[in-house]
Design a protein around this ligand. Sequence first.
Ligand code: NOJ
Length: 612
Amino acid sequence: MASSSFSRAVFQRIQSCILGIGSLVLAFAAVPALSGAPAAAQTSPANVWWKHAVVYEIYPRSFQDSNGDGVGDLNGITSRLSYIESMGIDTIWIAPMYPSPQIDFGYDISDYVSVDPQYGTLADMERLITEGKKHNVRVVLDMVLNHTSDKHQWFIDSASSRTSPKHDWYVWNDGIPIDSAGVNDYQKKYVQTNLEGKHVVPPNNWESLFGGSAWEWVPAVHQYYYHKFYKQQPDLNWSNPTVEKAAFDAMRFWLDRGVAGFRLDAIPTLFEDPQMRSEPVLAGTNAQGDPNLQEIYTQNLPEVHNVIRRMRVMVNGYAGDRVLIGETYLPNTAELNKWYGGEAHDELQLPMDFLVGFHGDHDKLNAANFRARIDEVQTQVYGSQPLFVFDNHDNVRAIDRYGDGTHNDLINKVLNTVLLTSKATALTYYGAELGMPTTTPTRKEDVKDPIGITGWPKEKGRDGERTPMQWTAGPQAGFSTNPKTWLPIPPSYKTNNVAVETKDPNSELNWFKQLAMLRRTNPALHDGKQTMLDASNPDVLSYARSTGSGPAVVVAMNFTAEPKTISLDLSGTGITGSTVKTLAADDASLKSVHSLKNITLPPYTSWVASVQ
Ligand code: NOJ
């Protein structure tokens, strides 16, 4: 099993942020008691496109190279629209393709209203949007609002002088005298000399998520600026209304060009504590060697919700139900509910629910855990639409997190079954449909992701989940004509590729396609309520989907390496009928099941059937 301790470490970091949020909540606001809260009327129509979407995240460097430079590009994505459409995908989210020094591979934007030449031109992007429409594929862009690149003209101006009109666009601080009360050894490592010749240190112990202090000194202004991520990613000052206006203008630029919406990067980190209080220090150090902190003053501050409400109003001004998707790692469903705007439904339409797909150190197939998390988000967010996600460009792929090393292919089918048959918008990541494994670098000198270099060997970086898409068993897996691809082609490409899997009726790819199509065409899977069945079974996750009229659907997945026999009782669900007809099964023995009694599911199998 391929696995990456690096990405595991990133994920653990996310978990520590989550812990921090819990405390912040206690400090600033009461958590609404949502358990059992009645679902309020939805503000969005039931059939709005994003409720039924299957969203596919594309890392543009790694999807398809069209010009032979070894790096993927926009024309490459356009050339693969037929494949995307054939999989039952109707929306793509493209990770940042704007001009960027590429320190964080695009998450350091130096111009929000253009395209990085290595990915193409603005005309190429416009063509991708237009061609996408012909394939019924919408384009969602990644919008990075917490920070820019240090090479963005805004920051260059801001850092040039304290009197620059843009100075206040970023988070600057004079530092505090080194002998101030409470200054710790960590802060002292970042000592500087101020204009009066006095020794100053950062105002608090805030750390960059990517290692080291979050404060960087600029001699030209004799001040520190704050950066939650790399020092080349200075944080914008969202307390300044001009920043909001500039950011919304950038979003409008793309909305005017027909994008379907945005995935909002690191959105809980927009605001910091104005009092600059130090975060509580936890035991131990992280993979970058810094003290562990409980991030209560740099994540999820309540002010962010005012921005999101205004953003929603702005986006609602466009026809076509444009959507706001949030990168929201949160500790629990009550916190997730806030990102929807709770009962008011006036914030994000789709904050990502990482609670279902990322169980942290406990990542393994645990039926009780999945059942509880799915049920919770469907009953405790006032009827808002859940968005499930198992994979992205920052974490070890789910096939490796949940895989047991022996049944990974089947386990990947189980995960895609949960994703595609639940009453939730589905978000997947290129390669997850194939069961592409994580391929982590084995030598430090091969690592491209900077945190993998500074964190080696504890953190090996995120390269492992960003390897080129595996299209064929030919040269460079069909990704590029250039033998020197930006990341190496993983050895798995020989068998794990689109060409080979397309021909195999039992492949992971064909399983994905089959379910994505069923989800579109079967009314119960398209729209039906999801009700857990056999709810105390520790080994098998089962549920029904039913619209109240027409045939219901039952889904069952064996989460273990042993055969399991189940009987599903529909009494109390309002579903009538007891004859079943298999719609999809990844084991031939299940194709002839006709009754809900005594169904034996072989190890890690998934089964979907219609009830008449
Ligand atoms: C989250 C993105 O997914 C990640 O790749 C990036 O490094 C950080 N935000 C900073 O933008």
